[in-house]
Design a protein around this ligand. Sequence first.
Ligand SMILES: [Mn+2]
Length: 332
Amino acid sequence: MFISNHEKNLVSIICAEIVRHNNFVLTTHQLPDGDGLSCELAFFCMLTRLGKKAVIVNDMPARAVFNFLPCFSRIMNPERYRQLKFNPEVAIVFDCSNRERVGNSLMAVSEARMLINIDHHEGNTLFGDINWISNTRSSVGEMCFFIVEKLRCLDRDTAECLYVAILTDTGSFRYHFDGRTLHIAEKLLKSGVDPETTADNLYHNNSISSLHLAGYALSHLQYDRENRVAWTVLTEDVYRKTGASEQDTEIIVDILRSIKDAEFVFLVRERKNEVKFSLRSRKGIDVRSIAEKFGGGGHNSAAGFSLQKMSAEQAVSKFLKYLRGRKQDEKK
Ligand SMILES: [Mn+2]
């Protein structure tokens, strides 16, 4: 079976609320990723098609690489949303483990009379009136498929959004998915998604400056055999030199993660008064617990923290020292 009775039940409950109401506000976590963002867009297309009013409000803008998705230009920031005086009946929050992660969209969420929480993160705080949390699902896109399908709104546009949600959250079908995911992906292709064009839009759109940034990062790549970690340091002036933006680091992280034997990798960004660490795990290492030791946080697979009043060099050596101690504790 591709959906459990428990999930089927929740799909029915959510669909009934969608049919019953007319005004919806949709949102996701800060720094929206492909999953949360595409779910918002799929629902926006679906609700519009059902003759309902929907508004997407996000605290932070999504990366421009997603601008090929249907209705991308309709996303608004909290400022514009406030001017709209929308007065929503239902808020739907996608891909968010707790209420606070929506950031400044919280005021829109609190305005609604009903809150629907659809997520796949372990440790979701069940902050909705209706909570559908399936942490064995690859993506929220995979879950939303059942709602869109049940409401008979699976068309090329909604299918493309849901496909992008699945594609990005599984690292292009490399991790965190199972046979159910592939079964759904097949249905999305049958609804008109062209996988080649979608992949081209998503992945083959690097700017020259982002590759120059990657070139710099890779020529400064370091690897610690003892701790099995790889990292690189980006100083502030490198953005100016390459013309790249701070969001252009995706390729770098991807390449770092491909290093044989690395248990996790990290990116170090040097700022005026702080040094920011972005950790990405491999081989099941929980990087959140490591980041928490330094006052940071995040997910098991991606987390971060920052250190104040020291150079990047000092910060890295402090971090490596901690990792060495951690390895020794493990051996005991
Ligand atoms: Mn997700």
